[in-house]
Write a protein that binds this ligand. Structure first.
Ligand SMILES: NC(=O)c1ccc[n+]([C@@H]2O[C@H](COP(=O)([O-])OP(=O)(O)OC[C@H]3O[C@@H](n4cnc5c(N)ncnc54)[C@H](O)[C@@H]3O)[C@@H](O)[C@H]2O)c1
Length: 267
């Protein structure tokens, strides 16, 4: 308890795309359980409010804010709103991400631009506007939610997803070096095969695994993992908690792989 006591955390993509626990929703709730006040941002107002209400129902403190974080003006408004509610930002968790199926031949130019705007530009914009705040305060912790798809071909064709996440890894390392002297830590989490609503609802993912059969997709994903099962949103949330807390104060620029060992395998 209280590993984040006194901290203000912005979780971007704090809702969940469907019923159940997504990574951002579980992270926002975990941060609140550990004493943070959480600014829950999502383009889906109802999803942000649902997370805020869960936190409030447990006695925590949270605010819901609606923004499409692929747009600069909305990210600026998000930062201003958090500062006017809480006065500071200690933790930024960049969790938004979408997957579009397709190789470079199949994907359209518009799909390419959309995935890069949501997965990469959003994190760039959030860091652009939050880092000056953290620098003024004397430091902070930024967590970028990447994917093991950034370092491996997972047998699924989604080149925009994989390459946007790979770019996120290098943006994380570069930014970690450039702001280390200001005590701003920037780390990435690379979740593996997690059982979340995002996977269930991503267009074409179940089709790529198992002809659209979601239960068969879960079984196929379980079988790929050395531990014998997928992870879940709480595994990502607990990794984010560590990186958000002062326990990781000497850690910056890393890629924390949370995958049950799947990236260690040849196939
Ligand atoms: N589930 C997995 O197996 C897995 C594996 C690796 C990485 N990830 C990564 O985890 C992250 C998402 O996890 P999740 O379970 O919370 O997903 P989710 O889709 O359930 O939740 C993400 C939230 O982000 C919001 N969002 C999307 N685009 C937005 C935008 N432009 N502006 C504001 N909000 C926006 C959605 O409305 C949604 O509520 C993604 O970055 C994803 O790539 C997931």
């Amino acid at each position: 308890m209280d590993r984040l006591k006194g901290k203000i955390a912005v979780v971007v993509g704090a809702g969940s795309i469907g019923p159940g626990w997504g990574n951002g929703k579980a992270t926002a709730v975990t941060f609140a359980r550990e004493g943070a006040q959480v600014f829950c941002v999502d383009r889906n107002s109802a999803a942000a409010e649902e997370t805020m209400k869960i936190i409030a129902s447990e006695g925590g403190n949270a605010t819901a804010f609606t923004a499409d974080v692929s747009r600069g003006a909305e990210v600026e408004a998000m930062v201003e709103a958090c500062l006017s509610s809480y006065g500071r930002i200690d933790v930024l968790d960049n969790n938004v991400g979408i997957a579009e199926m397709g190789s470079v031949v199949e994907i359209s130019e518009a799909e390419w631009d959309r995935v890069f705007a949501v997965n990469l530009k959003s994190a760039f914009l959030a860091m652009k506007h939050v880092i000056p705040v953290m620098a003024r305060q004397g430091g902070g912790s930024i967590i970028n939610i990447s994917s093991i798809a950034s370092i491996r071909h997972l047998g699924i064709s989604y080149v925009t997803y994989a390459s946007s996440k790979a770019a996120m890894n290098q943006m994380t390392r570069t930014t970690a070096v450039e702001f280390a002297r200001q005590h701003i830590r920037v780390n990435a989490i690379l979740p593996g095969l997690m059982k979340t609503p995002m996977v269930e609802h991503s267009a074409g993912l179940a089709a790529s695994y198992a002809n659209g059969d979601v239960e068969a997709m879960w079984r196929a994903r379980d079988a790929q993992v050395p531990m014998g099962h997928m992870g879940d949103a709480w595994d990502v949330a607990n990794a984010a908690l560590y990186l958000a807390s002062d326990e990781s104060r000497y850690i910056t620029g890393i890629e924390l792989v949370v995958d049950g060992g799947v990236t260690l395998k040849v196939s």
